[in-house]
Design a protein around this ligand. Structure first.
Ligand code: SF4
Length: 700
């Protein structure tokens, strides 16, 4: 017998688990005192009404019984429930004491790329005004910093995609470099399938065979860390075959002569040897891309999370520029952002060196502008801080003695995680704002409960630079507060309430609009009213009647002279090389069912069931050499530590390389063994390559 639905609530929301920001309708039906949830995709211009398995089950973590519902203070090693007034009083006392004893910069702030634009903006302002510290950075440092730095330097602007997603099917040749879109942003795959149906040639560059490389017409199985050198090979062929676009180069770019001189020194056979990609494949890829009437290049963490990630991306942009494939229909660049608000999270001042609107903290004009918007003296605005991992080093050295973490799990997401954990133990006071007791929250002195995507209103910016408004669908459970409310309440207690008097996220957004006005990421023309009426708007959007720019650089680039910048990029080898003791390369990545360090997705029963534990992908020949059987426990070790993971034998990976996903903590936390060496320009750690050894776990 069909049971009667007693009541029904319809929530219109969007998935928090990647930068595509797919929209959905979540229906809660009450039937005999139980709730049943139905998820229906809703169309939007980004994913055209598609949802992946993460979106279908996103609500499960938000409704999970392990949500932290009250402030929790650690007393004698145990968390006890306390009131908000007690929690805030403790923060005031500890923060004041730390800054009195160790100075303003003794407090660090660590943010996240999943927060709304309003919360990300406010966290930057909170660090600089309420805490007066220079030390703020966020987990997006590990996500987008290489592509963002390259985009800013080459084009004068960093926006994930230079074109609308809907142009992908119009592109005649597409390079997917170090990106596993099929697992990380699954609802984008139909764009690439459509491109193939339209006759596009797809080239994948990846050490592994993945669900994404399987759609490619040509897969270049590059050695981990050798992407920049591989592009030198592609450029060599492009030059030799006369496939450059001289008119575009002459009118729209600078730096060509130096690049040409450098490419003349490149030896294709040597490139094949050091990258592991045969000459004939390099030639096929370069000639196909060079001859195509239009072309797009997408990069993601495979290229970017390297100690030369910035330069590797720049070389891919060299390739786009010499072939004139940008600023046109079906031609452009895409940095495939991973985090839920990876694009917006990096635009509004969470980065150590940036202020809202992508203004630079060491630029006197930019400082003066933001100080005016915030109503403070420019001299009171702290200077440049350090990157996320460097903050962890300062924690270790006890230069930073108090840490405020919001929307992040640094003890699992940082490289060399054992070192990070040891550092956090030395802190005088650690506050973590989270929905769950994550691996980092477990170490906290105080946990503050925050709202989920179903409860928190705010704007999000997708990987195309399209801003949307995510409205709240339900009230906060228990005594949960929104991030912005928590920041305002602490600021008030620290005597800075006058700078933090907002009654709703829209108030914050209106200030963010002003702060971004005239900057690179100009949101001034975007309002809540327009977003409600128009659905979404691309930045830059400098005025209230501006339609937003879906495709960038049609006529000029964003530098004052309008030209894009090319530079020679020399072959680079990973900072850590394999040797007798550590003979295998380790590379890391994601799986479809999980998000970041898995704090949320591991608590979704449907998602957790798809991948209950971490694993080690290893080639059968390699496994044989090290006496590793399929589905057995393996000790994987680098010079920084060891983890234990279950083996998965597959010929889809290079024999010299193993792969472990990044979503698990504790003994399965792959970042306990990854390399902390940083890219000198953007400070991205070299997550994607380190040297390891693998041995069967010996029974004790
Ligand atoms: Fe869409 Fe990404 Fe969510 Fe999947 S994870 S439903 S692709 S937003």
């Amino acid at each position: 017998k069909q049971l009667q639905v007693e009541s029904e609530i319809v929530m219109n929301t969007q998935c928090p688990f990647c930068s595509v920001q797919c929209t959905m309708e979540l229906i809660e039906q009450r039937i005999v005192e139980r709730s049943k949830y139905i998820v229906n995709p809703r169309p939007n211009p980004t994913s055209e009404g598609r949802l992946c398995v993460k979106g279908m089950n996103a609500h499960q973590h938000a409704l999970h019984s392990e949500r932290v519902l009250y402030p929790m203070l650690k007393v004698d090693g145990q968390f006890v429930r306390v009131s908000w007034s007690k929690a805030l009083e403790v923060i005031k006392e500890k923060f004041t004491e730390i800054q009195r004893e160790d100075g303003f910069d003794a407090l660090g702030v660590y943010g996240g790329g999943s927060m709304t634009n309003e919360d990300a903006y406010l966290l930057g302002k909170f660090a600089r005004i309420a805490l007066r510290t220079r030390y703020i950075d966020y987990n997006g440092r590990f996500c987008m910093s290489a592509a963002a730095s390259a985009g800013n330097k080459v084009f004068g602007i960093d926006r994930g995609l230079t074109n609308r997603l809907s142009e992908i099917p119009l592109s005649r040749c597409i390079i997917l470099a170090g990106t596993n879109i099929a697992e990380c942003q699954p609802t984008l795959m139909p764009y690439f399938n459509q491109a193939k149906e339209n006759g596009s040639f797809i080239i994948a560059i990846d050490p592994r065979e993945t669900a994404t490389t399987k759609i490619a017409d040509l897969h270049l199985r590059v050695k981990p860390g050798m992407d920049a050198a591989l592009v030198n090979g592609l450029l060599k062929v492009i030059f030799d075959e006369g496939l450059i676009d001289p008119k575009f180069i002459d009118e729209r770019t600078k730096g060509f002569d130096e690049l040409k001189e450098h490419i003349a020194t490149i030896n294709l056979k040597e490139i094949a040897e050091i990258t592991g990609v045969p000459v004939r494949q390099i030639k096929k890829a370069a000639i196909t891309f060079g001859k195509a009437a239009s072309g797009m290049i997408f990069t993601a963490r495979g290229v970017e999370q390297q100690t030369n990630g910035y330069l590797a991306v720049r070389n891919f942009l060299n390739l786009l520029l010499v072939t004139g494939k940008i600023g046109k229909e079906g031609s452009g660049y895409g940095a495939v952002t991973g985090q839920g608000n990876g694009q917006g999270g990096r635009e509004h001042g969470q980065k150590a060196d940036q202020l809202p609107g992508y203004r630079m903290i060491d630029n006197p004009e930019h400082r003066a502008y933001i100080a005016k918007v915030w109503g403070i003296n420019e001299q009171d605005l702290p200077g440049k801080g350090v990157s996320a991992y460097e903050m962890m080093e300062k924690v270790h050295q006890q230069e930073i003695t108090g840490l405020f973490v919001m929307g992040s799990n640094p003890v699992v997401s940082n490289p060399n995680a054992n070192f990070v954990e040891e550092g956090l133990k030395k802190l005088k006071f650690l506050v973590v704002v989270d929905m769950f007791i994550s691996e980092t929250a477990r170490m906290a002195d105080l946990i503050l409960p925050t709202s989920s995507y179903l409860e928190n209103e705010g704007t999000m910016t997708n990987l195309e630079g399209r801003v949307t408004l995510r409205q709240a669908s339900r009230d906060c459970p228990g005594e949960v507060k929104h991030d912005w409310q928590i920041l305002c309440e602490i600021a008030l207690l620290l005597g800075k309430g006058e700078y933090f008097s907002y009654s709703c996220p829209e108030d914050i957004f209106n200030e963010l609009r002003l702060a971004s006005r005239g900057g690179i990421a100009d949101y001034y023309g975007i309002t809540y009213e327009r977003l409600k009426k128009e659905g979404g708007l691309y930045w830059p959007c400098p005025s209230l009647d501006h339609p937003g720019e879906g495709r960038l650089f049609e006529k000029s680039f964003a530098h004052p002279d309008g030209k894009a910048e090319m530079i020679p990029v020399h072959n680079h080898f990973p900072e850590e090389q394999v040797n007798e003791d550590f003979p295998l390369y380790l590379t890391t990545g994601r799986v479809m069912a999980h998000y970041l360090t898995g704090v949320q997705t591991r608590r979704s029963p449907s998602l957790a069931a798809r991948d209950v534990e971490s694993f080690l992908e290893i080639h059968p020949e390699t496994a044989k050499k090290y006496k590793i059987e399929n589905n057995s426990l393996v000790k994987l070790e680098s010079k920084r530590g060891s983890i234990v993971v279950r083996s998965k034998l597959t010929s889809e990976i290079r024999e010299d390389t193993v792969f472990v996903p990044m979503h698990w903590g504790d003994s399965q936390s792959v970042n306990k063994i990854t390399n902390q060496a940083l890219d000198p320009t953007c400070k991205m750690p070299g997550f994607k390559v380190c040297a390891v050894k693998a041995n069967p776990l010996v029974d004790l």
